[in-house]
Design a protein around this ligand. Structure first.
Ligand SMILES: *[C@@H]1O[C@H](CO)[C@@H](O)[C@H](O)[C@H]1NC(C)=O
Ligand SMILES: *[C@@H]1O[C@H](CO)[C@@H](O)[C@H](O)[C@H]1NC(C)=O
Ligand SMILES: *[C@@H]1O[C@H](CO)[C@@H](O)[C@H](O)[C@H]1NC(C)=O
Ligand SMILES: *[C@@H]1O[C@H](CO)[C@@H](O)[C@H](O)[C@H]1NC(C)=O
Ligand SMILES: *[C@@H]1O[C@H](CO)[C@@H](O)[C@H](O)[C@H]1NC(C)=O
Ligand SMILES: *[C@@H]1O[C@H](CO)[C@@H](O)[C@H](O)[C@H]1NC(C)=O
Ligand SMILES: *[C@@H]1O[C@H](CO)[C@@H](O)[C@H](O)[C@H]1NC(C)=O
Ligand SMILES: *[C@@H]1O[C@H](CO)[C@@H](O)[C@H](O)[C@H]1NC(C)=O
Ligand SMILES: *[C@@H]1O[C@H](CO)[C@@H](O)[C@H](O)[C@H]1NC(C)=O
Ligand SMILES: *[C@@H]1O[C@H](CO)[C@@H](O)[C@H](O)[C@H]1NC(C)=O
Length: 874
């Protein structure tokens, strides 16, 4: 055994003169580290080698010490070494998917770095480890790794991985297409162990052009074998293995008369499977009284091939692999007059490359991104696998060994310019896309709305212009997409951008509702559009008593707005009809909501909002500090609410950078404050005001986490007469919309009560109004089902960890469920809601005092919510 291994050390000299150039069709011959970009024809083989520069963008060009040069073919004189990076990869494009390739890598150290220390590293083929490279000699032979493999994409990645045992390097890479009809396995690829030319005439190896497939044939001698040969050509005839005549015309035969030829397979472990190819051709012209009959046996199985034909090759192999550790025995049959022969042997071991490479469309898209934007990072080899070396900024799906898909792409702060790359459109499984803090220009591409799996898109802090595609805004409004486009000074972020002609446009969210409903709304919009103006006039008239307040507000010019916001430097958020920027005026922090006055609809809403807010003053409603309206530009200045909106604090949303988990007491207080704001609008204002868009993102929190209701822009004044309803264009946010209002288009303050209870359920459960699951379950449906199951414990936000007064939770749930009544008349008034919440808060505060006396752990363990809380009997 050890003898066979040692022979790997034979210095391979290929002194073969090119007799006539044979076809090199499909050959890819890469001379690694070559500086001269022009290809050359290697002197002894005529193989055309090219430099590796177009296959890799890392590593350094190096040259072996001149003392070793003369022993080797030219492609081994230079090499590429990789002092930087853990994994460096060649990407060899334009190969044919499904073609069987012989892939060969060669490594000749040749003391290129003058260190005389031999490195050890790993060799990967795409996602899978191919072999360990452990050099054992400076220059006595080149280490060669060969594999027969069928790539399933149009490229292969050959990667070298630094394992901390020296700098990886490579001398050459060669790909040779092979026929699919030979070297077949049941599964896996075939890594070459040995390819022997047995019984050779000298100490010489052969390759192309002697072997049309450029296999390397190494000479193999053994003490107990002798050699016979013929000077005649061995016909390739029906030999699909296309064996070179020079190899097949020499054969080994046992020295002893009755001896047999034995060849041992290695045994590394029991799971290794070996494929053995015995190539035999009769090299003697037998007389009629001569015969050469033999059997081949392995592991107890015996096979007797049919008689050999003079000068014709036969290959013996088995269709399934062999377990190693035993000898192949080729022995003559009793009636044979001649001993057995063997002309060549090949031994391969099966490599199961289980991990699929990343799906090619995804990998191609990433390659395109890489080449367009030159994003370097560690972007080499397969983007997703092995996970350890996956590309920086990527997350991928993992589904067993199936091709991974890219699910998240983070190119934030990568200094990228130009348009948002179209290649991203092919990443169809993308869920998260972060292109923030770059210098992207052009428009927000339409294709983003076609990527159905996208949940989070961050385009903040770029130079994008134009408008955000309507579908993206719609998705953002209905909660299917978390879209951040702030700090793109020239970007319009409204549905109505570029739709100036549309009079009285339907409010964004409605556009996403089903066709028939949308139509209904359109009709309503046109019809009530006329009425609307009249009512607005009416409303304006009714505000006159309060007009003295107007002097307290300030009117700003557009240039003042620019100064206050420092040219719209910092985005605080996106409202339904404007972007909110941070601003500073006279040392006071403000939130500036910038509207584009180009749309009639928004102009009207702008007025409605100004008029309303000038009248409305309450500690739980965001107060208006000023406004700007210079004909083309419009903005509103509100008090600054440092802690953003409630939703980010209760839903644990990704945008929430403050990860304070609001305690139950705080939640109740916030719920109460929001309710008070709403109560004031309903009962404290004359005429009453319906907010129409109560939701958790419209409840803002100041630096003390005091809650204030915001975004009264959708509100409409009630008519002063005795009508109980006002018909109007359906507005609001799906998930919070009162079904009665939704169906009838009739609005009253009970619609707010309905929406409010959704907020209350969110506060209790920490779940979004509409679950982002496939079922899109509405929170009230979910709570009802939990109540029906008697499972009240799991309604409460798990992050509260049971730290609350059960009775107060119980009361709050009950209250929320009371507001659900489909008939608006059965729903409580906001004043009742406020009263109930005060009780809840009192109960919780009382517990707070008590719990100071007992240790937390006792309190937690004694709390059994399922028994203390009963399901609602409603
Ligand atoms: C590059 O190689 C070609 C062909 O081998 C040769 O003609 C040319 O002179 C070389 N150029 C340089 C700069 O070495
Ligand atoms: C490659 O070929 C295989 C089988 O022929 C096929 O399943 C796969 O989709 C192909 N891949 C590409 C990228 O063409
Ligand atoms: C057999 O091989 C040996 C070693 O290469 C060589 O010296 C000898 O001439 C060969 N004999 C025949 C018959 O080819
Ligand atoms: C070889 O086998 C034949 C027949 O079995 C026998 O006659 C002969 O003596 C054997 N030769 C040697 C050297 O063992
Ligand atoms: C055993 O051989 C299999 C197949 O070649 C290989 O994947 C595995 O790593 C080997 N196990 C050990 C312990 O060497
Ligand atoms: C075979 O026949 C040849 C003559 O044709 C003779 O010289 C030789 O001895 C014979 N060999 C055997 C084994 O009978
Ligand atoms: C030799 O014996 C085998 C059976 O072992 C038989 O099939 C074959 O025909 C025989 N050959 C000769 C030349 O007698
Ligand atoms: C997307 O993939 C398809 C097929 O894989 C390809 O033809 C197309 O060029 C790709 N588009 C982009 C923009 O890369
Ligand atoms: C972005 O691009 C603009 C114009 O091309 C340039 O003036 C500016 O310096 C760039 N900003 C950054 C951060 O690269
Ligand atoms: C959200 O809006 C998008 C775009 O209009 C639509 O395709 C999607 O079905 C909507 N999803 C929900 C839950 O309403």
């Amino acid at each position: 055994m050890s003898g066979t291994y040692k022979l790997l050390g034979v210095s391979l000299l290929f002194f073969i003169l090119v007799v006539h150039a044979k076809d090199q069709a499909g050959f890819i011959s890469i001379d690694c580290g070559r500086l001269n970009s022009s290809s050359y024809s290697e002197g002894t083989t005529g193989i055309i080698y090219v430099s590796d520069t177009s296959f890799i963008d890392s590593g350094e060009s190096k040259f072996i010490s001149s003392e070793y040069k003369e022993d080797y073919q030219q492609q081994l004189w230079s090499l590429r070494s990789f002092p930087q990076g853990t994994r460096n990869c060649y990407k060899i494009n334009n190969i044919k998917n499904g073609t069987k390739y012989l892939i060969r890598t060669s490594f000749l150290y040749g003391n290129y770095d003058g260190q005389g220390t031999l490195p050890e590293f790993e060799l990967y083929l795409g996602a899978n480890m191919w072999d360990s490279i452990k050099l054992e000699t400076v220059g006595s032979y080149s280490l060669v790794k060969e594999i027969i493999h069928i790539p399933l994409q149009n490229y292969i990645d050959v990667c070298l991985v630094n394992i901390g045992l020296g700098t990886p390097f490579i001398s050459s890479i060669e790909l040779r297409p092979l026929s699919l009809s030979y070297y077949k396995t049941q599964t896996g690829s075939l890594a070459l162990l040995y390819r022997w030319d047995t019984g050779p005439k000298g100490n010489r190896g052969y390759r192309y052009p002697r072997d049309v497939n450029d296999r390397f044939w190494y000479p193999y001698h053994r003490e107990d074998w002798t050699n016979i040969s013929t000077s005649l050509t061995i016909e390739p005839d029906d030999d699909i293995y296309q064996l070179p005549s020079v190899v097949m015309s020499t054969a080994a035969t046992p020295k002893s008369e009755n001896g047999s030829l034995e060849y041992w397979l290695p045994k590394d472990n029991n799971s290794a499977r070996y494929y053995v190819y015995l190539h035999i051709a009769e090299v003697e012209n037998l007389q009629p009284n001569q015969s050469r009959r033999f059997t081949v046996s392995y592991g107890g199985e015996v096979f007797e091939p049919k008689s050999l034909v003079f000068k014709q090759s036969t290959t013996l192999f088995s269709r399934s692999g062999h377990v190693g550790g035993q000898p192949f025995i080729i022995s003559r049959t009793p009636n044979s007059t001649l001993p057995p022969i063997i002309n060549a042997i090949e031994v391969y071991v099966v490599k199961q490359f289980l991990q699929s490479d990343t799906l090619q469309t995804d990998a191609d898209a990433m390659t395109k991104l890489k080449s367009t934007y030159g994003v370097k990072k560690n972007w080499q080899g397969d983007p997703c696998v092995p996970e350890l070396y996956s590309w920086e900024g990527l997350n991928c799906s993992k589904d067993g060994y199936d091709p991974p898909r890219i699910t998240s792409l983070n190119l934030s702060s990568s200094g990228l310019t130009g348009e948002i790359p179209f290649a991203i459109s092919n990443l169809t499984m993308l869920e998260v896309l972060d292109l923030s803090y770059n210098n992207f220009t052009g428009s927000v591409p339409e294709f983003l709305s076609k990527l159905t799996n996208l949940r989070i898109v961050n385009l903040e802090k770029n130079n994008l212009n134009g408008s955000v595609p309507v579908q993206l805004i719609e998705k953002s409004n209905n909660g299917t997409l978390e879209l951040s486009v702030g700090q793109n000074p020239n970007l319009c972020v409204s549905v109505s951008c570029g739709k100036k002609k549309k009079k009285n446009a339907v409010v964004p969210v409605v556009a996403s509702v089903s066709g028939t409903f949308a139509l209904l709304v359109m009709v309503a919009a046109i019809y009530f559009g006329v009425k609307h103006k009249r009512k607005l006039k009416h409303a304006e008239r009714s505000t006159t008593p309060y007009s003295s307040l107007e002097s307290k507000k300030r009117q700003f010019t557009w240039s003042e707005i620019l100064r206050i916001t420092n040219n719209f430097e910092r985005v605080l958020g996106q409202g339904g009809f404007g972007t909110v920027f941070y601003g500073l005026t006279d040392g006071t922090e403000v939130a500036v909501k910038v509207l584009s006055a180009s749309s009639v609809q928004r102009y009207q809403q702008f007025h409605a909002e100004v008029n309303l807010l000038m009248r409305v003053h309450h500690r739980n409603l965001t107060s208006l500090i000023g406004y700007c309206n210079d004909g083309t530009n419009a903005a509103l200045l509100y008090e600054y609410m440092a802690n953003g909106n409630l939703k980010t604090h209760i839903s644990g949303s990704a945008a929430n950078k403050i990860s304070i988990i609001l305690k139950w007491e705080d939640r109740l207080r916030i719920a109460l404050e929001a309710a008070q704001g709403l109560e004031y609008m309903h009962a404290g204002c004359k005429p009453p005001i319906v907010h129409r868009d109560v939701k958790s993102t419209n409840i803002l929190l100041n630096e003390n986490f005091q809650a204030k209701l915001s975004d009264l822009g959708l509100s409409k004044l009630f008519p002063a007469d005795n009508q109980t309803h006002v018909s109007t264009v359906v507005a609001g946010t799906l998930g919070y919309l009162d079904p009665e209002y939704y169906m009838s288009n009739w609005l009253n303050e009970k619609s707010d009560v309905y929406s409010y209870r959704v907020v209350l359920l969110e506060i209790i459960s920490g779940r979004p109004a509409v679950a982002k699951t496939h079922e899109k379950t509405h929170i009230s449906t979910w709570v009802s089902s939990m109540l029906a199951k008697g499972d009240i414990k799991s309604i409460v936000d798990r992050r509260l960890q049971g730290n609350f007064d059960t009775n107060s939770v119980w009361k709050a749930v009950e209250l929320a469920m009371a507001c659900v009544s489909p008939a608006s008349t059965k729903r409580p008034m906001m004043s009742q809601v406020v009263a109930e919440l005060r009780d809840c808060l009192a109960a919780e505060r009382a517990r707070g005092w008590k719990s100071h006396e007992i240790s937390d752990s006792i309190e937690l363990s004694s709390l059994n919510m399922t028994t203390e809380l009963r399901p609602v009997a409603r």
